[in-house]
Design a protein around this ligand. Structure first.
Ligand SMILES: [Ca+2]
Ligand SMILES: [Ca+2]
Ligand SMILES: [Ca+2]
Ligand SMILES: [Ca+2]
Length: 300
């Protein structure tokens, strides 16, 4: 399996793009994502179908939030976040052939239409990079290592901020707990993390947590308000998690197996990210708390 990119939000939300796999194997794409689409503080089970552009979202408890909601098109890249700051995740997609963003609230309000921020091949990285509680439009250039970020309202937050280099994977999160998303990249050739604040402060440099081919799955797994370094082994289904400060949170914790997609989020609303995987062949979710409690098993 080849994960091309992952972008993760400050709430642990993420979407994983596996276009290389799709391209090489011709597979259709049901992409799992995490967000809180009804605003109850609990991550929901969300799937964007990138063959149809439709969204299906239900709560862990079973409530249907949206079904076959059309927002996107074949090949669109979902980028989760709360782009109007109402506390509810929105339906957002990025066109990585044009650099345009399209965002609407679940309830229907249009937030952005063809907002130009990016370029062909840009990688969207969700997050709130100025700490105003509203997700921003952020893209990473994985050729040059430059970040470009603006608020939905238009304010420029970063322009060509250099953090990273060719081939690294951007991994959004708030790694110092100041409420502002940071610039973070994972080198999946070496397993090293490099993180700085938008304002410039260095948070981590070559922090070793991972291995060649590891999948970064950042989230706040101990609930201290600070994103943690986390890596998933998509061959063995094992999770490895540590705090930026060094504390080990999980080591070789087994949850998943080969070919599932990790989708960390807070699925029981206790403020801690949980271990979650999506089996895209069956369309099933499996979720447990780090502490062990089973939250969801084979839910479709
Ligand atoms: Ca919203
Ligand atoms: Ca913001
Ligand atoms: Ca931060
Ligand atoms: Ca943490």
């Amino acid at each position: 399996m080849h994960y091309r990119r992952q972008s993760a939000g400050t709430d642990g939300s993420c979407y994983i793009q596996r276009r290389q796999r799709f391209a090489s194997e011709g597979l259709a794409g049901r992409r799992p994502g995490v967000g809180d689409y009804d605003g109850d503080g609990i991550s929901d089970l969300a799937v964007f179908d990138d063959t149809t552009g439709e969204w299906d979202i239900r709560s862990v408890a079973g409530k249907l939030i949206v079904w076959a909601a059309q927002w996107g098109w074949p090949g669109a890249v979902p980028v989760s976040g709360d782009y109007d700051g109402d506390g509810i995740s929105d339906l957002a997609v990025f066109d990585d052939t044009t650099g345009e963003w399209f965002i609407r609230a679940v309830a229907g309000k249009r937030i952005a239409w063809a907002a130009q921020w990016g370029w062909p091949g840009a990688i969207p990285v969700s997050g709130d990079y100025d700490g105003d509680g509203i997700s921003d439009l952020a893209v990473f250039n994985d050729t040059t290592g430059e970040w470009y970020i603006r608020a939905v309202g238009g304010k420029r937050i970063a322009w060509a901020a250099q953090w990273g280099w060719s081939g690294v994977i951007p991994v959004s999160g708030d790694y110092d707990g100041d409420g502002i998303s940071d610039l973070a990249v994972f080198n999946d050739m070496t397993g090293e993390w490099f993180i700085r604040a938008v304002a410039g402060k260095r948070i981590a440099w070559a922090a070793q947590w991972g291995w060649p081919g590891a999948i970064p799955v950042s989230g706040d797994y101990d609930g201290d308000g600070i994103s943690d370094l986390a890596a998933f082994n998509d061959t063995t289904g094992e999770w490895y998690i540590r705090a930026v400060g060094g504390k080990r949170i999980a080591w070789a914790m087994q949850w998943g197996w080969s070919d599932v997609i990790p989708v960390p989020g807070d699925y029981d609303g206790n403020g801690k990210s949980d271990l979650a995987v999506f089996d895209d062949a069956a369309g099933s979710w499996y979720i447990r708390a780090v502490a062990g409690k089973r939250i969801v098993w084979a839910v479709q």
